[in-house]
Design a protein around this ligand. Structure first.
Ligand code: GDP
Length: 376
C-alpha cells in the first residue's frame, strides 16, 4: 500500500495519475473497495449494500437506517434466525442419515415450534418494509385540486423555492411536477397534478387521466380547495375520486372572505383531517406537516430499536423464505417424510443465505456493486 500526497490542482493530480496508470496501476472500479471488503469476508453483502444506502441517503432517518445495517444489526438478526433453523436441521439430518442409530428423533413439536417462531420473526421483518419504503422513497403524496385552488402556491410554500410555476392562468401545470422534500426528518415525494376538469384538449386529457392514476398510486392525498368560493362541480368530482384514500383536506385562501367552513359535511364525509391555510402567505403550512407525521405514525418508527428493511432485494428474499416456511408447515401437516420437509427447510436457509451473501451468485454480486459510484 502506498499513499501519494501532492500539491493541489487538477493538472498535477492528473499527471500523477497518468504516470501511475502507465506503470501498471489499475483504476478502482465502481464499488471496488466495498466489493473487496465483501469478497475478503470483512463485511457481508448486507453491510456492503448499506454503504450505497448511506451514500444515497436523502434524509437523516434514511442515513441512520443505512448506518445501522452497516453496523450489522440486520445481518445479526438474519443469522439468529438461521441458527434457530440449523439447530433443528442438525437433528433432522442425523435422523435421516442414520436411522439405524438410536438418535433422539426430532419431535414434531420441536420442528413445528421452530417453524412458527421463524415465521413470526420473518413476518415482522417483512412488515418493517412498509416503514422502510417510506424512509427510503418518501410518502408518495399527490396534491390535487381544481385549477386556481392554489396547488402550485402550496407546493411552492412547501418547497420554499420557485420550482413550481405560480400563475393565475388555469392549467399551466399540465404535466406533473415531482419533488422530494424532507419534513420533520421524513422525506415526502410530492407530485403536483394538472387538476381535474372537463377535458378541453388532448394535453389536458392526459393530465386528468394521469391525475386519476396518481391518486390510485398515492400513499397520501392533499386535496386543496379555494375556501373563498363555494365548492364547485369539479370540487365535488375530486372529493368523490379521493373518498377512499388517506386524505388531508386543505381549505386554502384563509386570508379572503370564507365561503366554505371546516364543518361542511361534504368535506367531513371524505376526511376528518381538514386544515385551513393561506398558501400565498405561507400560513398554516406547519399544521400540514404535523398532520402527516400523525397520519403515518412517523414518530413511532423507532430507528434505535427496530430493524427496518429498506431494500427490495432483501424484502423479496424474506417473502420467499416465508413461503418456504409455510410450505414446510404444510408438508408436515400432510405427514410427509422428514426428508421432504427437510427440502423446504433448506430452501429457507438458502433464501436467508442469499440476503447475507453466503450463497449468492456472481451475477447478483455484479449487479449490486454496479450501483456504486467510482472509488467507493
Ligand atoms: P393552481 O392552479 O391550483 O396551481 O393554483 P395557483 O397556486 O396557481 O393559484 C391560483 C391563484 O390563487 C394565484 O393567483 C395565487 O396567487 C392565488 N392564491 C393561491 N393561494 C392563495 C391564498 O392563500 N390566498 C390568496 N388570496 N390567493 C391565493
Amino acid at each position: 500500500m502506498c499513499e501519494i500526497n501532492s500539491h493541489g490542482g487538477n493538472v498535477v493530480v492528473k499527471k500523477i495519475l497518468e504516470l501511475c496508470l502507465k506503470n501498471g496501476a489499475n483504476l478502482a472500479e465502481p464499488g471496488e473497495f466495498t466489493k473487496r471488503a465483501f469478497l475478503n469476508g470483512r463485511i457481508d453483502l448486507l453491510q456492503a449494500e448499506s454503504v450505497i444506502d448511506v451514500i444515497n441517503a436523502k434524509s437523516e432517518k434514511e442515513a441512520k437506517t443505512g448506518i445501522k445495517q452497516l453496523e450489522g444489526f440486520l445481518s445479526q438478526k438474519i443469522n439468529e434466525i438461521k441458527k434457530e433453523i440449523m439447530d433443528v436441521m442438525v437433528n433432522i439430518e442425523v435422523t435421516i442419515d442414520y436411522p439405524e442409530y438410536d438418535t433422539p428423533d426430532v419431535t414434531e413439536k420441536e420442528l413445528s415450534d421452530m417453524l412458527d417462531s421463524v415465521e413470526e420473526k420473518l413476518e415482522k421483518l417483512e412488515k418493517s418494509f412498509d416503514n422502510g419504503k417510506i424512509i427510503k422513497e418518501g410518502i408518495k403524496t399527490v396534491i390535487i385540486g381544481r385549477p386556481n385552488a392554489g396547488k402550485s402556491s402550496l407546493l411552492n410554500a412547501i418547497l420554499k423555492e420557485d420550482r413550481a410555476i405560480v400563475t393565475q392562468y388555469e392549467g399551466t401545470t399540465r404535466d406533473t411536477i415531482e419533488e422530494f422534500v424532507t419534513v420533520n426528518g421524513i422525506p415526502l415525494k410530492l407530485i403536483d397534478t394538472a387538476g381535474i376538469r372537463d377535458a378541453k384538449d388532448e394535453v389536458e386529457k392526459i393530465g386528468i387521466e394521469k391525475s386519476k392514476e396518481l391518486v390510485k398510486e398515492a400513499d397520501l392525498i392533499i386535496a386543496i380547495f379555494d375556501a373563498s368560493e363555494d365548492l364547485t362541480k369539479e370540487d365535488m368530482e375530486i372529493l368523490d375520486l379521493i373518498k377512499d384514500k388517506k386524505t388531508i383536506i386543505i381549505l386554502n385562501k384563509s386570508d379572503l372572505q370564507q365561503k366554505i367552513v371546516e364543518q361542511d359535511e361534504r368535506l367531513t364525509k371524505v376526511s376528518s383531517d381538514i386544515i385551513k391555510i393561506s398558501a400565498l402567505n405561507k400560513i398554516g403550512i406547519e399544521k400540514i406537516y404535523d398532520k402527516i407525521t400523525e397520519l403515518f405514525n412517523l414518530n413511532e418508527i423507532n430507528l434505535d430499536q427496530d430493524i427496518v428493511i429498506t431494500n427490495l432485494r432483501h424484502k423479496n428474499l424474506i417473502t420467499k423464505a416465508i413461503k418456504s416456511v409455510r410450505k414446510a408447515k404444510e408438508t408436515m401437516e400432510q405427514d410427509m417424510p422428514l426428508d421432504i420437509i427437510a427440502i423446504f427447510i433448506k430452501d429457507i436457509l438458502e433464501d436467508l443465505g442469499n440476503i447475507t451473501g453466503e450463497v449468492v451468485t456472481e451475477d447478483i454480486i455484479n449487479e449490486i456493486f454496479s450501483k456504486f459510484c467510482l472509488g467507493k
